[in-house]
Design a binder for this molecule. Structure first.
Ligand SMILES: Cc1cc2nc3c(=O)[nH]c(=O)nc-3n(C[C@H](O)[C@H](O)[C@H](O)COP(=O)(O)O)c2cc1C
Length: 194
């Protein structure tokens, strides 16, 4: 699959078919993620891999985080957990991208966050070109503060996203309301002098 096709046809998928994504493929996706642009060669990305056999431990950690002060799951939490379990259990693996916060310089932090976002896009496109679907989640239920220990988030890091990967179980339609040309300002080219 060429790059343009991968970019145009990649969609966020949440319906997975239950197949594993093998460790070698996961390692390759991470290696490809690390080729993303990053200003000043900060390489701010860090990764936590949940291979398929460990996905039940992710679901258990999510469930634990949803418990109220009484240790019980509310009806709302139970419904949400059921939905999340339906997505994650048949997935092939999940990879969290953590950002190293190596500085308190706001510009550098912004650049490093942008670099981590590029790394996630690399990962999703590389996966899709190998027929592996994915979606990027920033859901509090999956990567909020109560899940920090599960993801091995370090004191000087922040979560950027979790990419859930797997064999797609259904087609997903593209949604784009805007046309690129309506979002673009072209500056006039200089008129050549005679
Ligand atoms: C920063 C970021 C956070 C996202 N968080 C979520 C999320 O929490 N849950 C979700 O279902 N999708 C999430 N998405 C995926 C978007 O919803 C998805 O990209 C969008 O609907 C466009 O669909 P497409 O990826 O198929 O083009 C996120 C995407 C980005 C860039």
């Amino acid at each position: 699959m060429d790059v343009a096709t991968a970019i145009r046809t990649r969609r966020s998928h949440k319906l997975f078919a239950g197949d594993h994504v093998d460790d070698a493929t996961l390692a390759e996706l991470i290696e490809l993620a690390t080729w993303a642009p990053n200003h000043r060669f900060t390489e701010p990305w860090r990764f936590t891999v949940v291979p398929h056999p460990a996905l039940p431990s992710l679901i258990a950690a999510i469930a634990e985080a949803m418990r109220g002060p009484d240790g019980e799951l509310s009806d709302k939490a139970r419904t949400k957990l059921h939905k999340i379990t339906g997505i994650i259990a048949p997935a092939g693996a999940a990879i969290a991208v953590r950002q190293a916060l190596a500085t308190d310089d706001a510009e550098r932090l912004r650049e490093d966050y942008a670099a981590c976002a590029c790394a996630i896009q690399n990962m999703q496109l590389a996966a899709w070109s190998r027929n592996i679907a994915s979606y990027w989640t920033t859901s509090d239920a999956i990567m909020g503060p109560k899940l920090s220990a599960f993801w091995n988030l370090q004191a000087n890091e922040q979560m950027v996203g979790v990419v859930v990967l797997g064999t797609p179980a259904a087609e997903v339609k593209a949604v784009r309301y805007k046309r690129a040309q309506d979002l673009t300002i072209w500056l006039p080219a200089p008129v050549p002098s005679e």
